[in-house]
Design a binder for this molecule. Structure first.
Ligand SMILES: [Zn+2]
Length: 479
């Protein structure tokens, strides 16, 4: 790991001096020996950053065996799943060439400050020699500023115009928390994370993308996490906001599978808010009035961050308070278990049953009661299939999963909160406690999925026989 870290940092450090130097009178340069193909010699590779517009990368080379006729640039912004891109620099063929290639970073090609680009060139000459330059790493930072760098464990802060001791305190605090945050999220603790820090909110926001998935974090914390580039950007950083954005990075690092279901905003933001460290009592007090007034948002409605100001103002502390409750109830590994289940492809409502053996609705209701809030105002079953076999089955289930009163007496609850066609690594359940055709179905929430699957299969089969297939299909896809 240390080696990997050094590999990632050393080239950056080497180039760093050039980035912060008296550009444009000087630019970064490196000299190369072309060992694999001595007939083509790479003389120099350098770059200039025009922040917010482009990065110009220049390579100078010479062939002793003919004319250099082909130059290809290959580059890749560093980060999980970032793909490499190739392009053709402009140059005039000849025994000695200077080729210039530009990486667009402006309109329509946004990259956050601090993005590391790896780039190399492939050169060929008229005698058939081919060579490849060393990979050069370019850290995309505005050369107008005098950037500094400080690291603790796997955290690196890149900053300017800020007191070193302020940055040191932020890093000390966050690195002390890092092992705990890694356990809390289930993310690897040894992964490098970069924070690009600006002294003021306006300094930071000038580097933000016009439209960001983390638009609301911009509004509240002057920050946004860019896990795809391994970094977050933050203005006027404080210990809380630093850990908030860092937690987004860890959550992303914990849920990497292509099978992973979409992360609901309440969970992602809730974990980030909880990690700020204000504590459950403080968060509960911020939502206490809303709880008493019956204004708490429903967890099921918090899959995305709301658009309006008052709702956003409630959404963040409520998400944090709910996650704090989950942390207290399911322990320091409880949220990591949930993320792990989601990483295996389960959607959150299914993942809670996998991780905690309880439905999210039940947990939400318990939480509401703990706050002195009324149980969920109306029973909520978002997926209800009519069943010809469950006449009159109303059950004695807890309030949160009672069948919807609007579903009529001929309905039974059937959980279809399963990603259809989504691979899963564990069976849903192993015990079947009653025949759905002969008695009311079991309503214990922990046994819910097992009989539900059986009932769904039987129902579907019977429905096909009785010609009700079309109706059921329509209902099943309605949500
Ligand atoms: Zn956030």
């Amino acid at each position: 790991m240390l080696k990997r870290l050094l590999i990632s940092i050393l080239p950056v450090l080497a180039l760093f001096a050039a980035v912060v130097g008296h550009w444009p009178s000087r630019s970064a340069s490196a000299h190369y020996d072309a060992s694999p193909a001595p007939d083509i010699r790479v003389l120099q590779q350098s770059h200039r950053i025009f922040f917010g517009k482009e990065i110009l990368v220049t390579v100078k080379a010479q062939s002793d065996a003919g004319e250099i006729v082909g130059v290809t640039a290959r580059y890749r912004p560093r980060g999980p799943d970032r793909i490499s891109v190739y392009g053709y620099p402009s140059f005039t063929p000849g025994p000695a060439i200077t080729a210039t290639f530009n990486i667009k970073t402006g309109e329509g090609a946004y990259f956050p400050p601090g993005t590391d680009f790896d780039i190399y060139f492939e050169l060929s000459d008229s005698s058939g020699n081919v060579t490849q330059t060393d990979t050069q790493t370019i850290e995309y930072l505005d050369p107008a500023y005098k950037w500094k760098r400080m690291s603790r464990r796997t955290l690196t802060a890149v900053y300017h115009n800020m007191p070193d001791d302020r940055v040191a305190r932020l890093l000390d605090d966050a690195s002390e928390e890092l092992p705990h945050l890694a356990r809390f999220t289930g993310a690897p603790a040894d992964q490098p994370y970069k924070a690009v820090l600006f002294k003021t909110v306006s300094d930071a926001s000038s580097s933000f993308p016009r439209v960001s998935e983390a638009a609301t974090d911009r509004q509240f914390f002057a920050g946004f996490a860019q896990p795809e580039y391994g970094l977050f950007v933050l203005g006027a950083p404080e210990e809380g906001s630093f850990k908030h954005e860092l937690t987004h990075m860890l959550v992303e690092a914990a849920v990497t599978s292509p099978l992973a279901a979409q992360m609901p905003a309440w969970l992602n933001e809730g974990m980030a808010v909880w990690s700020e460290g204000d504590g459950l009592a403080s968060l509960n007090s911020r939502i206490g009035q809303a709880a008493r007034d019956g204004r708490l948002l429903r967890i099921r409605s918090m899959g995305t961050v709301p658009a309006t100001g008052p709702e956003i103002a409630l959404f963040y502390p409520e998400s944090g308070a709910f996650v704090g409750y989950l942390y207290a109830r399911f322990g320091p590994d409880g949220l990591a278990a949930l993320l792990r289940a989601m990483n295996e492809g389960r959607r959150v409502h299914d993942a809670t049953r996998q991780a905690w053996d309880v439905s999210l609705d039940d947990v939400e209701n318990d939480w509401r009661l703990s706050l002195g809030a009324a149980p969920l105002p109306t029973p909520r079953l978002t997926r209800v299939h009519a069943s010809p076999f469950a006449q009159g089955a109303t059950g004695t289930t807890p309030p949160a999963i009672l069948p919807s009163p609007t579903a009529g007496p001929a309905s039974a609850p059937v959980s279809t909160d399963l990603p259809i066609g989504t691979p899963r690594s564990a069976p849903m359940g192993t015990s079947i406690v009653s025949s759905p055709a002969s008695s009311a179905p079991p309503v214990d929430s922990s046994g819910f999925p097992a009989w539900a699957l059986v009932l769904a299969v039987v129902t579907t089969f019977a429905a096909a026989l009785t010609g009700r297939w079309a109706i059921l299909s329509r209902r099943g896809r309605g949500n």
